[in-house]
Design a binder for this molecule. Sequence first.
Ligand code: NDP
Length: 250
Amino acid sequence: MNFQQYTNFTIGWMLLAVMIFILLLFIAAPYGRHTKTTWGLLIDNRLGWIIMEIFVVVVFSFCVYRRNKQSIVNYIIFSFFTFHYLNRSLIFPFRLRTSGKKMPVLIMLMGMTFNLVNGFLIGYYLGNFRVYELSWLTGAPFIIGTLIFITGIVINWQSDTILINLRKPGETGYKIPQGGMFRYVSSPNLLGESIEWCGFAILTWSLPGLAFLVWTMANLIPRAISHHKWYRQHFADYPTERKAVIPFLL
Ligand code: NDP
């Protein structure tokens, strides 16, 4: 694939994300509290998460390593991406208190597709089109982007940890989360993830970085809005000042 074809494909892929965003404003993705049995075959939730997330690391690594011409900066960017996905695929699923819960296989396959295409686009870009010079490390995009990326990871991990600890071992119900960024929004984990990929888009200053951000927001903003509505419907004492995903705004 030459650069023009690659660019056209990536722009098309982003346009698809915009359509999915609109769709998800009306249909909540059926996993977690929104799970439905009408979406066909179900799979164990933990296993679903592992399968959905692990292959992106393989595809991404393959695309990056296929070419010899790399720089230390490419490898640093590679390690940021891999760090995120090793946690998401091999650590996060084992921390979940999700005994007996299931997700539709279709959702797992859709998540896999999203991950594989995005992983391929970033990996192919790093492996074929872009060799970052060492001076990139001291430039504004890398420094600002990395700070935002780390801020996003901290918010995401802290919030996921608060959510996971709401349940005692064996419990599967829902409670009102408190503390951390939950003071401001119902889904700070999803906000943190969006901030993280915003940082990645800035630190790479690249089209596939932007595509990943657009897809992440297309998935997570509607999900956060659905969660927020769900909390309000299920808890009469839900904090009224709390927003869905963007503090004080949305
Ligand atoms: P959720 O907030 O829906 O759930 C996270 C975990 O916490 C689940 O195990 C959930 O249980 C549990 N939980 C949530 N709320 C409560 C509550 N009030 N009381 C008790 N337990 C609760 O997040 P997602 O499952 O959608 O996402 C998980 C992670 O994956 C997040 O960090 C997210 O950012 C990331 N992600 C990234 C995507 C991307 O596009 N980059 C796409 C999707 C997710 P249960 O499953 O039983 O509801």
